[in-house]
Write a protein that binds this ligand. Sequence first.
Ligand code: B3K
Ligand code: ZN
Length: 869
Amino acid sequence: AAAIRLADYTPPAWRVSDVVLEFDLGIDSSEVTAHLTLRSEVDAPLRLDGEGLELLSIAVDGTPLDPGRWRHTDHVLEVSGMRDGSVLTTRVRVQPAANTALEGLYLSGSREAGFLLTQCEAEGFRHITFFPDRPDVLARYTVTLRADKARFPVLLAGGNPDGAGELPDGRHWARFVDPHPKPCYLFALVAGRLEKIERDYVTAEGRAVKLVIWSEANAIDSCHYAMDALEHSMRWDEQAYGRSYDLDVFHVVATHDFNMGAMENKGLNIFNAKYLLADPDTTTDDEYKGVEAVVAHEYFHNWSGNRVTCRDWFQLSLKEGLTVFREQQFSADMNSPSLKRIEDVALLRRAQFPEDAGPLAHPVRPAEYREINNFYTATVYEKGAELVRMLAGRLGTEGFRRGMDRYFADNDGRAATLEDFLGALGAANGIDLMPYLAWYGQSGTPRLRARGRYDEGAQRYTLTLSQHTPPSASQPDKHAVPIPVKLALFDRDGNMLPLHLDGEACGTETVVVLDASERSFTFERIPHAPVPSLLRGFSAPVLLECGYAPAELALLLTHDPDGFNRWEAGQQLAARAFDDCRTGGAEALDAWSSALRQLFVEPGLDAALLADLLTPPGEIELAERQEAVDPAQIHELRQVMQRRLGRVIGAEALERRYRELYAPGPPALDAAGKARRRLQRRVLELLALVAVDTAHALADAQYRSASGMTDRLAALGVLVRGGAAEATDALADFRRRHADNPLAMDKWFAVQAQIPGEPALGRVQALEQDPAFTLKNPNRARALLGTFASGNPSGFHRADGAGYRLLAERLATLDSLNPQIAARLATAFNGWQRLEPVRREMARQALSDLAGRPGLSRNLSEIVASVLS
Ligand code: B3K
Ligand code: ZN
């Protein structure tokens, strides 16, 4: 397939003002009639996208169209001689049950009990009907659904309900009208046997809204938490951004068959059940947070994405980066800001930094793509959110709100660009933000270097900051970008010093902006050499290189009043401790472990924060520190450093703390309960490294007495990953207990795919034979193969290459079923060029064998080709 380029954008020759859709729904075959009112000022043939559609009839203004006037090739329907205002009517047939790609109209669940639904973003609508399938064509939709009433009692589409009734032969109909013009990727329908819960909501503007969450009958009791999260999100968006909901109904539907997390279709959000269903017996604390975050994210899209949409898919981060940022703010407000920031920065480093450092690197606004579904990446989402955060920080709370108000006002009902966004934020504040466009157009993580010089005589501290972004194949010359560096200076007792910059007092914390390749900043009236705390709150998505002495990081780790900054200092120190383990050094390892021993007994420290402080960077992040990556060695060294930490704290102290944290009875879902469980898990994991028998006995007892999934899965994880004898019984018990719950069973597969080292492969192969395993369900495929390939480096990267060959084989099979999922799982190969030579060659071989297979999808072949390059 040819590359599609941002530089080639042209406005559509034909627009559509109104769409009238009629669906005659059936599991094997559904018919779709579309009446499109077409608009154009230019004399050009009409070209509509369409894939996998059987064209039954075509007419213009009610008259069958002369065969000479239209041509239907593979993916395009071309019609000549159309006039402005004409109505084109097409009737097509599609096959929902045969649709394994889960894009367009498809069946979720079994033929007997399942339901029909749609997924259109990015380009699924062309699998439903002929249409200019691009986000800058905005139209008003009227949708009528017709189906057998017994088999499809519930009929839903986006928009407000506009009538329903009976039809002959046991059929019925329902109509929905959406008054807000929208791009076709936001179209959705759902039809089948579903249960609901409802809640009444009144917006700040006084509109009465019916909130309805739908699921299959056996899961409806697990929808209440999502309903609360939805209500909180709606209220929050009114308060934080002045944005209210704009239809009379808001439907949310859960499905177990979904390619991603959820989808923000106008008025009819569709969710992967993993991000909607929640109950203490089957849902972990982290998953509860995930539900709250994704419900909020999809809801927030109603303004950042739907009311203001994207001109083209290159602008994807306009809605995604912004909406991730809005969700981060919301989750911080609902929970703990520093824990949320820790989680988000950890995710950025684990998922986005490696992406940005390898062959899949691309700018937040890519310059070209072949398959757009491959660009729903950590870069577009998470780095995109970091860029919005920088802009928000630059403008301050009020300035950012002013800018967002302007953005929504100027672009409501439009398909906008990133320039529109920066322009509105800047115009509302009288600031030129266009220099930040450089961040959007350039791939790679900038390196920020910091050097400090203290002049005792002058009582002056000079901080010199410089930046450098390593060249990449498509961008050999990288430019300087504006880097806001939030900073503080600490004295040797761990107190923050008052800052005087350029003759002005600026409190104890300030932001300097590095807007060139190098700059110096001079602080006056500094009584002795300070310890700088840089990039506070992770004020820019960069890699900081600062020649700290381990003792300086330890000082920040123990004294910084801000939880996030403490954690950050601890992460840097832990990375140095890891280097010590590799090279036989001791300074950082000692500083890290003794600082944490001190914090372990510090009264009043939040238990969840302590748990995070006690967790060193993960194996993927640590691999960035090795020249020739050996994942087995990294796993081993990380264990060594954690064992050292466990010894320094002491087995007895760990066991005592574990017992203190024990709380019988049903799990408390408040912050204190979650914090307790988080720390207890961490303590148990550390104990397992220094007193294995005690830890396994405790884990076994915890497994058996646990009344919630968080504690049960934590215990199971310690047993399974530790190779404990007790693991076998616990796994069998878990399976019996949760056999009917697909989301719990996903965890059963995933925990076993995490067994470290050589044994993982055999376990994965055995689990593939389990009757509950199927490649057809994305959650199940991700739970087993995704966890193995992307979440278990020492298991996947076997020196004999068998992990690579297994994945490549499965990708080929999966590709013929569901190309989006195959392409996503294939990104596990990213970074293979940096492996040590033996593994590198094995990975290259597996990848090039895969690349050579005939008939790969555009999705998978693009990823494989990029990763290989
Ligand atoms: N916008 C969807 C993602 C669609 C992915 C298409 N491959 C969910 C979200 O980001 O909210
Ligand atoms: Zn989104």
